[in-house]
Ligand binder design. Structure first.
Ligand code: SF4
Length: 733
């Protein structure tokens, strides 16, 4: 995969590469796609990135990378990179302008809106794809400097559920595990997680498990992961909460729970035991479509397991009762004492490369460092640590993504800033998203490409540098901070997101307030200060080099009490693996984990005569990343998946509908329709169909329903109908 990063644009908005790279043949940086957080070794020639390979000894990926990682440099060289700011003129055409004009326009439009309509009339939608230092600067600038109130991130679409579930159950958003747990379990339970495809390197870690573990996969589809299961619980879509309560009941009734652990470390067990009594095997079997025997076998495997780990992703997080479902998983781990030991844990696997950074430092739902906006003591803390007036810290959290869009649609939010996310493709019910954005007085989109569905709608496009073109840190799923380096120049006049935020701050007039926020490294030190004394304390990290030399460092990594600041001359010695709750103490005021539960509710849209099939959505292949904004630039990755949208449908349904293999079909919901190629497969159950989320038309169909606690969209379930089209002239695969 050797390639020179061809540049079609004039020389770099970011100037020369840092001196430190010149003599080096290689440098390591964390991959910018998924939250596995693999380290990639970039090979340099004359200071330019020319190739990469997986870092052989990094504790996360152990010398492996998935197809996206191998192709990580390719999107940087795409011919359609944004190389200059673009401003829409009176004819509606986006035309190149200078940075001066762009930032003047941005500040004028946002300030004017704010002054005329108040602080709730402007908002931003950020991302889990930029560095922690950048998202912290964005959140702090927007709320403490510009005086806005509402900002959210596209992490709302993937991780809000886990964030809320952990916070409520453990007292802090704290995924407790380390990746070594994949290799130490004797029972692994995967819920709504097609790990083999979505997190292929973590799947390799499972393959390394020497204990011949039982593998329980809870998923309506026989996914690649489910195909390898020792027990596949192919339940009805969105009956997972009922199943989990039923398993808890069977485990308790069979005496496989751990009373001593429950007594010492949890609250709410008596109520929980009483509550789950209603979830008898017969009821659960009837509601999930599983047999009573399957339920007993799964409960016994979990109940008798020595080290049981539970792993969930979007099949849980993207549901109408997602938080309670995630907490039902947490409850299973707690009542069986499967936490704080090797090979255990209720473990949410994150999606985006820096969703965990966003959860701690985006300053949207949570105040910086996992604090709360509505707690005066937390606001005072942050104000003191930043040297800002306390009055500059809002006392209310941001509206969630969907609520921001509702206000946009209602004409209450009039200026919106979208950073590194393509909501016009990815947001649930995309037609509603577009309708809302068309109501805006001003839309600024900051991205690598002016060609995304969202950037095409913008009044102003701000050209941003990508992964590999800037410095900073990411935090991966297992809480490991890792380093991102600048190994290539951004094209044309593109600037790092950090530099763009600094330009806005200076032009807004709040530059002096952010005088200390001069560089990513300076902001990293500020974030360390903000983490001090919090569960995520990482004050013991010396600097970026310490992270690089250590193979990343998992939080918490506090400076030992009474110790002087880290000594740069001392070698780094963090343990390479660290899990939480080994001492049985949680982050709640009484130190106990909470068992939280709630009666299941029916899915918001059920199949009927007109829309008789349930649509499931999810990841298609390991070669595709979300909206394909970047992976779609790689000719190699494009070879690894069907070019056009495809529908997976069961042979029985296909026969009944007259759908033949590879036929063109229309898939329709109450919100819209699309055309797809039919793949007739028995991996979906009768009555269900599956569409991969990577194709822009898929969210024409999805139902805008949300979990009430996390406001995360319920992408995984809506009603559709499928109609065959007349045969067309040839294959579109
Ligand atoms: Fe690793 Fe994820 Fe990057 Fe693939 S996309 S190389 S699994 S971090």
């Amino acid at each position: 995969m050797t390639r020179e990063l061809a540049r079609t644009a004039p020389t770099g908005g970011l100037g020369q590469l840092p001196e430190r790279l010149a003599p080096q043949a290689t440098t390591d940086l964390i991959c910018g796609f998924c939250a596995t957080g693999c380290s990639l070794r970039v090979h340099l020639r004359d200071g330019h990135a020319v190739n990469l390979s997986p870092t052989p000894d990094y504790p996360v990926n152990l010398g492996m990378a998935c197809p996206k990682g191998w192709e990580a440099l390719t999107p940087l060289a795409a011919p359609d990179r944004a190389v200059t700011p673009l401003l829409r003129d009176a004819t509606g055409t986006q035309r190149p302008v200078s940075w001066d004009v762009a930032i003047d326009t941005f500040v004028h439009r946002f300030r004017d809106t704010l002054e005329r309509h108040g602080p709730e009339s402007i908002a931003f939608l950020g991302t889990g794809q930029i560095c922690t230092e950048e998202m912290a600067l964005l959140g702090a600038l927007f709320k403490f400097g510009m005086g806005g109130l509402h900002g959210d991130s596209n992490t709302r679409q993937c991780m809000a559920t886990s964030h809320v579930a952990y916070k409520e159950s453990f007292g802090f958003d704290a995924p407790p595990y380390t990746y070594a747990d994949f290799e130490a379990s004797d029972v692994l339970v995967f819920l709504g997680s097609n790990l083999a495809i979505a997190h292929p390197i973590l799947w390799q870690r499972v393959q390394r498990n020497p204990h011949r573990p039982a593998l329980l996969v809870i998923d309506p589809r026989r996914t690649e992961t489910a195909s390898a299961a020792t027990q596949h619980l192919a339940l009805r879509p969105k009956s997972d909460l009922v199943l989990l309560y039923g398993l808890a009941h069977l485990i308790i009734a069979s005496g496989w729970h751990q009373p001593a652990f429950i007594e010492a470390h949890t609250t709410g067990f008596a109520g929980f035991r009483e509550f789950v009594r209603e979830f008898t095997p017969d009821r659960v079997a009837a509601e999930t479509g599983l047999t009573v025997g399957t339920l007993f076998r799964a409960a016994e495997t979990i109940g008798r397991g020595r080290a049981v780990s539970f792993w969930w992703t979007m099949g849980v997080n993207q549901g109408h009762e997602a938080v309670r479902t995630a907490q039902a998983v947490i409850n299973l781990a707690l009542i069986t004492g499967n936490i704080g030991r090797p090979g255990t844990g209720p473990n949410s696997i994150t999606g985006q490369c820096n969703a965990m950074g966003s959860r701690l430092f985006s300053n949207t739902t949570s105040l910086l460092g996992g604090r709360r906006f509505d707690q005066p003591a937390h606001r005072a803390d942050v104000a003191r640590l930043l040297g800002f007036p306390e009055s500059s810290i809002p006392s209310q959290p941001s509206l969630a993504y969907d609520q921001i869009l509702d206000r946009v649609a209602a004409g209450q939010i009039r200026a919106l800033w979208i950073i590194a996310t393509n909501g016009a493709h990815s947001w649930i019910d995309r037609a509603a998203f577009r309708r809302a954005l068309e109501r805006l007085d001003f839309l600024a989109v900051q991205d690598l490409y002016p060609s995304t569905d969202t950037a095409q709608l913008a009044h102003l496009v701000l050209p941003a540098a990508g992964w590999g073109e800037k410095d900073g840190t990411f935090i991966n799923s297992e809480r490991r901070l890792g380093i991102v380096r600048k190994v290539a120049r951004a094209p044309g006049q593109a600037l790092s997101d950090f530099a763009i935020f600094r330009l806005v701050a200076d032009r807004w007039g709040c530059g002096p307030q952010f005088a200390e926020w001069t560089s990513p490294a300076a902001v990293f030190r500020i974030l360390q200060r903000l983490s001090a004394g919090q569960p995520c304390d990482f004050t013991g990290i010396r600097d970026y080099d310490h992270l690089a030399d250590s193979g990343g460092i998992q939080w918490p990594f506090p400076q030992p009490e009474g110790a002087p600041p880290p000594d740069p001359s001392q070698p780094a010695s963090p343990s390479s693996e660290r899990r939480l709750f080994a001492n049985g103490r949680f982050f709640t005021p009484d130190g106990r984990a909470r068992l939280l539960f709630e009666a299941p509710r029916p899915a918001p849209e059920s199949p009927d005569r007109n829309y008789p099939l349930i649509l499931l959505t999810g990841r298609g292949t390991s070669a595709q990343w979300h909206t394909q904004t970047r992976t779609g630039k790689s000719a190699i990755l494009r070879q690894l998946h069907p070019r056009r949208c495809y529908l997976e449908i069961h042979p029985d349904d296909a026969a009944q509908l007259g759908v033949t293999p590879n036929a063109e079909v229309t898939v329709s919901s109450r919100r819209g329709s699309l055309t797809a190629t039919a793949f007739i497969v028995a991996t979906v159950q009768p009555g269900q169909v599956f569409l991969p989320m990577h194709y822009p038309e898929v969210n024409r169909l999805t139902l805008p329903a949300y979990d009430p606690h996390s406001r995360q969209p319920a992408y995984k379930h809506c009603a559709v109908t499928v109609t065959p089209l007349p045969p067309s002239s040839g294959s579109h695969l």
